[in-house]
Design a protein around this ligand. Structure first.
Ligand SMILES: Nc1ncnc2c1ncn2[C@@H]1O[C@H](COP(=O)(O)OP(=O)(O)OP(=O)(O)O)[C@@H](O)[C@H]1O
Ligand SMILES: [Mg+2]
Length: 162
């Protein structure tokens, strides 16, 4: 598999949203192979365990044949290399994402010159969706069915009662 045609899309995916899904669908149409890398990310104290986040994402993405979902810890560039991917995909929702993403991409370039970052933007109706907001709305009893897949909405619902 050509590393220039294989991409990793890393993130916390706590949980996967329709915004992530929109980006993944686009990436799957551009690259031969897309690996969704779900970062353990203990620094963020996620609501769902990495195993739960992987399982939910697999269910949501089941129809995309060239997409694989894996958990990882450590550097994203190391994970990309292990997976034989030469491209890292990130999403840009608004100018507010730009500064952090620009910094991250430049740091990564210093760590791994062979890996390039590619940025995708979602369809306008997904630009305001973040996992953090979805979690907050769901845990406070709001309806998130417009923003996440039904399996994710159900998982958030059961977490609320827990
Ligand atoms: N709605 C969206 N549209 C486009 N890109 C997105 C969207 N949500 C997240 N992304 C991008 O996906 C990547 C992984 O994001 P991440 O897992 O941090 O999701 P998030 O929604 O930002 O979650 P959190 O609120 O926990 O930070 C980042 O590059 C982020 O900019
Ligand atoms: Mg984020």
């Amino acid at each position: 598999m050509n590393p220039r045609r294989s991409a990793v899309y890393p993130g916390t995916f706590d949980p996967i949203t329709n915004g992530h899904h929109d980006l993944i669908r686009r990436a799957a149409g551009i690259f031969d192979r897309v690996v969704i890398g779900i970062a353990a990310n203990p620094g963020k104290t996620p609501l769902f365990t990495v195993e739960e986040r992987v399982e939910l994402s697999r269910q949501v993405l089941a129809d995309l044949r060239n997409v694989t979902v894996l958990g990882y810890s450590g550097l994203t560039v190391d994970f990309a290399r292990e997976q034989g991917c030469g491209i890292v995909i990130r999403g840009l929702r608004a100018m507010s994402d730009f500064e952090f993403e620009f910094q991250l991409a430049n740091m990564s370039r210093h760590l791994a010159r062979d890996i390039d970052y590619v940025f995708l933007t979602p369809q306008e109706q997904f630009t305001f969706i973040s996992s953090t907001l979805v979690r907050e709305v769901a845990l406070l009893g709001g309806d998130v069915s417009e923003f996440v897949h039904p399996v994710v909405a159900a998982a958030l619902g059961s977490r609320k009662k827990a």
